[in-house]
Design a binder for this molecule. Structure first.
Ligand code: DNO
Length: 404
């Protein structure tokens, strides 16, 4: 398992030196400043590679840009409207430029309008650490009362509607604004940062786009880009919906094993692959993560390891982001499934036998607190996560674990 780390570029509070001291082997980054739909030029890609490759004192870091997260897919492509054909060609051109620069893995997502979303970015835990949380009643309060989406109330059972009304009534203006900011104004890595009016406009455009239609649009997209990636020796990997259920009346089509199976089978080539995100899949009680990892294994090109604690048993739940080895996901079993796949790949002579993973998110601890880093991406919290995950990898790979 290749130990990578998401780095947001020159604006990131963590430096390349910091990454090296955390034991990172490879870098995950993106050209966040390039507008969605535009081409990533060879110059911009090379400039980012140069930053990754250098320590503060100018000496070589030995690190390389190994995974793109994300090459954003425009709303037009997802809806097959407007400039979508130009955006599609530009996406392919960016793939050519990334391949020429030697960046082998490209992550993207196909979530309509919102990328990942939370209601609370700094929820206090008993230890004093803070974490991100998705609270369903708060989300419903946002949807029904702040955004005031037509018909929103019908998406929630009566008791939840009542609770949402109580929550909304108890919030002052500042609390309502803060909730809206958390939900829609764009978390790190999201392609867009929206105002409430933008969201209303985008939602209206999805009228008439069913889950079947969105899935068909994803398959059309992949039928175009995956063969290009395959020819260039690149691996594409779709990130799951986060959270893994429909929001704001929008369809979400990459939430379960069956969702992935349908899309992988529709464009059945190795370059059409999976970003296996335990935190996203883990927010649904009916997703069995070690089994999903085993079932999707040969097409998993990138892994995000983090944990969540569900606060209910329904398909749609509140949850919070737990420490990496806490929460509901059996991380040892997931890592064992990844290592098993790596052994299979080595035996089959596959060049991609070391699967890149990153410690995803993490709680804010120690000097992370008050540091105003990217929400969900604390340096020390992630370093703790990486250290714990590395411990499991090391133990499971040791001869003693195989009866020696
Ligand atoms: C959240 C991230 C997502 C992810 C995109 C991939 O922490 O995992 O924003 O980068 O969905 O396209």
């Amino acid at each position: 398992m290749r130990q990578t780390w998401r780095w947001f570029g020159p604006k990131d509070l963590a430096s390349v030196d910091d990454l090296m001291q955390c034991g990172v082997e490879g870098v995950v980054t993106a050209l966040h400043h390039v507008p969605t739909g535009a081409v990533w030029t060879p110059q911009e890609i090379a400039a980012r590679q140069a930053l990754v490759g250098r320590m503060r004192d100018g000496s070589p870091s030995g690190l390389a840009w190994e995974v793109v997260e994300s090459l954003p897919v425009s709303e037009d492509i997802k809806k097959q409207k407007g400039d979508w054909r130009t955006h599609l060609e530009n996406w392919k051109t960016s793939l050519h430029h990334l391949a020429a620069a030697g960046v082998p893995v490209v992550c993207y997502n196909f979530m309509p309008v919102l990328d990942w979303t939370r209601t609370d970015l700094a929820w206090r835990r008993p230890s004093g650490a803070t974490c991100m949380r998705f609270d369903l009643p708060d989300f419903a309060a946002f949807d029904i009362h702040v955004l005031a989406r037509p018909g929103a109330a019908e998406d929630y059972p009566d008791a939840l509607q009542d609770e949402a009304a109580r929550r909304f009534a108890a919030m002052d203006d500042a609390a309502r604004t803060a909730l809206a900011r958390n939900v829609v104004f764009g978390l790190p890595g999201a392609a867009e940062s929206f105002t409430l009016d933008d969201v209303r406009r985008h939602l209206a455009e999805y009228d008439g786009i069913s889950a079947e239609r969105l899935r068909a649009n994803l398959v059309d997209f992949l039928a175009e880009v995956a063969p290009v990636a395959e020819g260039l020796g690149l691996r594409l990997c779709c990130h799951p919906d986060d959270p893994p259920f429909p929001l704001l009346g929008l369809p979400r089509v990459m939430s379960t094993l069956a969702d992935y199976r349908a899309v992988l089978d529709a464009v059945d080539i190795p370059a059409n692959g999976v970003t296996f995100c335990t935190g996203s899949f883990g927010a649904r009680p009916d997703n069995d993560l070690p089994a999903m990892m085993a079932a999707l294994a040969d097409r998993v090109h990138f892994v995000h390891l983090r944990n969540v604690t569900l606060e209910g048993t329904d398909l749609r739940n509140s949850f919070y982001e737990a420490m990496h080895l806490e929460g509901g996901t059996d991380m040892v079993a997931v890592i064992a499934a990844i290592l098993a796949e790596e052994r299979r790949r080595r035996a089959a002579g596959r060049a991609d036998h070391s699967i890149p993973f990153r410690p995803d998110h993490g709680q804010d601890i120690l000097d992370d607190l008050g540091r105003k880093g990217q929400p969900g991406y604390p340096t020390i919290g992630r370093m703790r996560g990486l250290a714990e995950l590395r411990g499991i990898m090391t133990a499971l790979s040791h001869p003693l674990a195989h009866g020696a």
